[in-house]
Design a protein around this ligand. Structure first.
Ligand code: SF4
Ligand code: FES
Length: 154
């Protein structure tokens, strides 16, 4: 699932957390979800021993970019894909894709697979096709409305 060599790993005997800084868009689901484990003001900023493996797995599954993943050593369940695969245009932000996702090059060869991705829809990312948060500085302003679909239903 990992595309770059910017992945760092943090492990104890129950779970390994991997973090790819190249994919993180600072959505902060991790910091909000488990501040004892994920604390960007601390070094190391990820400490798996500070919570239960199930709690950690649940928070990692919320990471919209796929920057975070886990591997269980305690027999607990690995992350399973959320199906059906969905594409969610975030207001003034990227496309959040969840499910069984294969990202392919223009010639159709499979490049990369993951369960979660945040893909650029503003055109300004320096890490295309992934979002890198450049939409914030570019002033991208699109509500993400899907034609025929009321925003409140998304
Ligand atoms: S994108 Fe993932 S790793 Fe980055 S801050 Fe958000 S939840 Fe944490
Ligand atoms: S949508 Fe985030 S950089 Fe384009």
């Amino acid at each position: 699932m990992e595309k770059t060599d910017t992945v760092r790993r943090y492990a104890d005997d129950r779970i390994e957390i991997s973090y790819d800084a190249h994919r993180c868009i600072h959505a902060a689901e991790c910091l909000r979800g488990l501040p004892a484990v994920f604390d960007s003001d601390r070094r190391p900023w990820i400490m798996p021993s500070e919570a239960g493996a199930d709690e950690i797995a649940a928070v990692i599954a919320k990471c919209p970019s796929g920057a975070l993943h886990f591997k269980r050593f305690d027999g607990g369940p690995e992350e399973s894909p959320q199906l059906p695969t969905t594409v969610l245009p975030m207001p003034a932000g990227p496309l959040y894709v969840r499910g069984l996702v294969q990202l392919r090059s223009a010639d159709g060869s499979s490049l990369f697979e993951d369960l979660r991705m945040a893909l650029c829809r503003c055109g300004q990312s320096h890490n295309k096709p992934f979002c890198d948060n450049s939409h914030v500085f570019a002033g991208f302003d699109d509500p993400g409305r899907v034609p025929g679909t009321p925003v409140k239903d998304r």
